[in-house]
Design a protein around this ligand. Structure first.
Ligand code: NAD
Ligand code: MG
Length: 390
């Protein structure tokens, strides 16, 4: 859904600054992106910033970067400047502005869907961290790219790795994608220990510092299911050619195996700065991603383990939902979002996240999926079902 067509589009070649809108600028990826862009002011200008509720941080970011447009969905204070746009429409508005070339979607959850689809329909490059968009509506995003010439370049480190390994190579030569997973904080825990995991346990990610929702997704391994579905839609690769392997050091960001048995991997120290920058510059590279140099001796040993599907039901259920297709991935995603929100409020146990997803898929996995309205109805029904169970 891009990467191939994107090969022909070179955002850096002509020396003209590319104009960027950052959706979700106050989050983990959003603030990383602002750090990266501060080092590349000669190549990029920041035209728009949006966030959900953190008025104070957004104000600071707007002061530092002087965007033309600032939007906030639900301000948490009363001190919102007069010229800011308030409310959910700010997202689509910033994503479709004529003076924006690249939309970095760093919103968490299905809340980012409309902005991604609208940006693609407007022919933009979407640098996509918001993987939930592709899980809820991958086929709609692909259709929008076809229709309007928009393109998605992944920010997720695994998908950035795969894109870099694929390069201009022919998709017919790909035998499989191997997506790496750190294994999360419970990689070495027994099933019994995992069942008793607390919120504090789940928020201790061994190798990445991220927003709370994706950190919990990395503990349940739901994140890896989201990423397999994301890869399926991004690269057009069937599910039986996508595998997950645990790699605790998070140095090999993913691999591509070709039909002749050759395997290419993309490696580097775990940092989101490089994949964020690469999503802006692809297919070119620029100096100074701000990432520490890779030292193979310091990084060794690199180890790999099979994934424990039986002990991480959210991963298994997500993989099954991907294969089931239709509304199942949207139901999986919505049930997971709702369950994780309840877990973060300590109204649900860790094990109940998987149980909620299973219950939602049992009841709603076969819901209609013919258009966006149907997918959003399935999403809403799944959230209600999970809420009613607690
Ligand atoms: P985060 O919680 O730190 O930040 C989320 C951002 O989205 C914030 O700016 C928040 O204001 C905004 N937001 C939240 N709800 C919103 C809503 N309803 N409407 C509009 N804006 C809303 O999350 P994050 O860790 O930065 O993750 C963002 C996305 O990137 C997620 O999809 C995540 O899976 C993906 N991702 C993150 C990382 C990482 O290292 N953090 C790595 C890979 C992929
Ligand atoms: Mg990832």
């Amino acid at each position: 859904m891009s990467p191939q067509s994107a090969m022909n589009r070179s955002p850096m070649a002509d020396g003209v600054k590319r104009r960027v809108a950052i959706l979700g600028s106050t989050g983990s990826i959003g603030t990383t992106a602002l750090r990266v862009l501060a080092r590349h002011r000669d190549r990029f200008s920041i035209v728009a910033l949006t966030a959900f509720s953190n008025t104070a941080l957004l104000r600071e970011q707007a002061r530092d970067t002087s965007p033309v447009f600032v939007g906030i969905v639900s301000p948490n204070g009363t001190d919102v400047p007069n010229d800011w746009r308030i409310g959910p429409d700010a997202l689509v508005e910033s994503a479709t502005r004529d003076d924006v070339d690249i939309v970095l979607n760093a919103i968490v959850g299905a809340a980012g869907l409309d902005a991604t689809l609208a940006a693609l329909e407007a022919g933009k490059r979407v640098a996509l961290a918001n993987k939930e968009t592709l899980v809820v509506a991958g086929a709609l995003a692909a259709a929008a790219c076809e229709r309007s010439g928009g393109e998605i370049i992944p920010v997720d480190s695994e998908h950035s790795a795969i894109l870099q390994c694929l390069g201009r190579r022919n998709r017919r030569d790909v035998r499989r994608l191997v997506i790496t997973a750190s294994g999360g904080p419970f990689r070495t825990w027994s099933a019994g220990q995992i069942a008793g995991a607390t919120l504090a346990d789940a928020l201790q990610h061994p190798t990445w510092s991220m927003g709370r929702k994706i950190t919990v997704d990395s503990a349940t391994l739901a994140n890896k299911a989201l990423e397999v579905i994301e890869a399926h839609f991004l690269f057009g690769i069937p599910y039986d050619q996508i595998e997950v392997v645990v790699h605790p050091q998070s140095i090999v960001h993913s691999m591509v195996e070709f039909v002749d048995g050759s395997v290419l991997a993309q490696m580097g120290v775990p940092s989101m700065e490089l994949p964020v920058l690469y999503a802006l510059t692809h297919p070119e590279r620029v100096a100074d991603a701000g990432v520490p140099r890779f030292d193979p001796v310091a990084a060794s040993p690199l180890t790999f383990e099979p994934v424990r599907l039986a002990d991480f039901p959210a991963l298994r259920l997500g993989l099954e939902a991907g294969r089931a297709s239709g509304a199942a991935p949207a139901v999986f995603n919505a049930a997971n979002e709702q369950a994780v929100a309840l877990f973060l409020e300590e109204r649900m146990t860790f094990s109940q996240i998987g149980e909620s997803i299973a219950a939602a898929l049992d009841t709603l996995g076969g819901a209609p999926a013919h258009d966006k309205a149907a997918l959003l109805a399935a999403d809403a029904a799944a959230r209600t079902l999970v809420l009613e169970r607690v």
